[in-house]
Design a protein around this ligand. Structure first.
Ligand code: CP
Ligand code: NVA
Length: 301
């Protein structure tokens, strides 16, 4: 593994290797065992979109590993004034040891990896959110013991989270069912991959997707960059594509709920279900830290 650009690039075995190291680093952190495995190394973090979890967990994680994280707001970089990403990649490769980037276009992340000669980590694009899904799989495994044979359900927009969860779930041996409105399906590349699995289903009815689920995921109806589509999206999702008590009733009694956050209570999830599953959801947020530390150690040590 040279980069983390999208979950599609990883094998099931590579995903489990990352989760195993993440578990170990979490144990070391909780028990005060030093793990300064990236002493003297720098990670540049380029942000074209807002962030709470990604920025802070990478920054704190790099510090805990003995290294340094540089927050690079794209607005303040020459990238915003048109300097090609190919040149930015070659320049940064001469100063620092790794790049994390959050942007719109997946192609920009791929170009950064192609032209630079340091590891690149995707901190979210419109297509993919691999760091989040590693933390999600880590959390489900922590609660359930293993992933193989569990049923993962996703309700809502076929966005970066849906794309990444489908691939991550299938690659680790889970059954995956997704319910989304017509016109809001996951990307074609992900659908082509998923169609090769007989344990994948895309349906319109959330209850059908959630039947006997071990874990139900959702995400916002309008992602960053889609603010202008909010009303039209609301009309497509409202009243149907929501995790609520009625939906939970068709899942397994011990079904988990996961949300990458930020959550919009009353839209994709009701406040009561969110609060009933808050421990799992905030463990998931915590696991961003441990999963990303594992990724950085694997790519940059
Ligand atoms: N889940 C997630 O990536 O959160 P942020 O947008 O706050 O980084
Ligand atoms: N789908 C959301 C995820 C945020 C972490 C977005 O892209 O805005």
């Amino acid at each position: 593994m040279k980069h983390l650009l999208k979950i599609l690039d990883l094998s099931g075995e590579e995903i489990l290797d990352i989760l195993n190291l993440a578990d170990q680093l979490k144990y070391e952190k909780k028990n005060g065992i030093p793990h300064r495995r990236l002493e003297g190394k720098s990670l540049g973090m380029i942000f074209q979109k807002s962030s709470t979890r990604t920025r802070i967990s990478f920054e704190a994680g790099m510090f805990q590993l003995g290294g340094q994280a540089l927050y690079l707001n794209a607005t303040d970089m020459q990238i915003k004034r048109g300097e090609p990403v190919e040149d930015t990649a070659r320049v940064l490769s001469r100063y620092i040891d790794g790049i994390m980037i959050r942007t719109f276009d997946q192609a920009e992340v791929e170009a950064l990896a192609q032209y630079g000669d340091i590891p690149v980590i995707n901190g979210l694009t419109d297509f993919s959110h691999p760091c989040q899904v590693l933390a999600d799989l880590m959390t489900v495994r922590e609660y359930k013991g293993s992933l193989e044979g569990l049923k993962m359900c996703y309700i809502g927009d076929g966005n970066n989270m849906a794309n990444s969860l489908i691939v991550g779930g299938l690659k680790t041996g889970m059954d995956v069912s997704i319910a989304c409105p017509k016109g809001y399906e996951p990307d074609q590349e992900v659908m082509d991959f998923a169609k090769t699995y007989s344990n994948f289903a895309l349906v319109r009815d959330p209850k059908e997707a959630a039947a006997n689920a071990d874990v139900i995921f959702t995400d916002v109806w309008a992602s960053m960059g889609q603010e202008g589509e909010q009303e039209e999206r609301r009309a497509a999702f409202e009243g149907i594509y929501q995790i609520n008590k009625e939906l939970m009733a068709v899942a397994r009694p011990d079904c988990m709920v996961q949300h990458c956050l930020p959550a919009h209570r009353g839209e994709e999830i009701t406040a009561d279900v969110f609060e009933a599953h808050a421990d799992e959801i905030f463990e998931e947020a915590e696991n961003r830290l441990h999963a990303q530390k594992a990724v950085m150690v694997m790519l940059m040590e």
